[in-house]
Design a protein around this ligand. Structure first.
Ligand SMILES: [Zn+2]
Length: 190
């Protein structure tokens, strides 16, 4: 959390700690930009008006850095100006709230939502399902013609499998997957 107001610091630290989160506080913009880039936070709560370095600058620095490019950032603003919100979202903020209009419980809900989204994105690359295919059945021969696909591995001659990965990021009903043909032995991908 990058926040310079002592009242808000105390309030949010107490609520977030109660909610089971570990909070690392930065009291001004220069401490904030250092901690954001170097402490590998799961999420950043970012005030816009800060001593030394403002929130927009911190956000821009985070988005330029490969380490923090995808770290979720919630802007916690004092003002409700539309142009601030637009600017922050354009710079890559994930969410924007006006502190006066929102109790900490709202912020906690947004944190939970953003963290579970991040987890789901990471999970795509973890949960893989290997499916055996019959190269003579259904559309398999067509697939061979259209993509010059070879159903056995050219390196080790093992029959390739179809590897499915659940894609939580695709909207819509059902369970969308991304798929590729992989050799189960040498892992080479078609
Ligand atoms: Zn192989």
């Amino acid at each position: 959390m990058i926040e310079d107001d002592p009242v808000l610091q105390r309030m949010y630290i107490s609520k977030l700690t109660e909610g089971g989160y570990e909070v690392d506080l930065a009291r001004d913009g220069s401490e904030g930009v250092y901690k954001a880039l170097n402490t590998n936070p799961d999420i950043v709560l970012l005030d816009l008006v800060l001593p030394k370095v403002d929130g927009f600058h911190i956000l821009a620095e985070m988005r330029k850095n490969p380490k923090t490019q995808k770290t979720p950032v919630i802007i916690m603003s004092n003002q409700g100006q539309a142009e601030d919100a637009t600017k922050a979202l354009k710079l890559g903020a994930d969410d924007y709230i006006v502190k006066l209009n929102n109790p900490p419980s709202t912020v906690i809900k947004k944190i939970q939502a953003l963290l579970s989204q991040t987890k789901a994105t990471k999970a795509i690359y973890i949960s893989r399902y290997r499916i055996k295919i019959d190269a003579t059945q259904a559309d398999a021969p067509q697939l061979v013609r259209d993509f010059a696909l070879i159903f056995f591995c050219v390196q080790c001659k093992t029959t390739r499998i179809l590897e499915l990965m659940h894609d939580y990021t695709l909207p819509g009903p059902g369970h969308p997957f991304v798929a590729q043909f992989v050799c189960p032995i040498c892992r080479s991908v078609y």
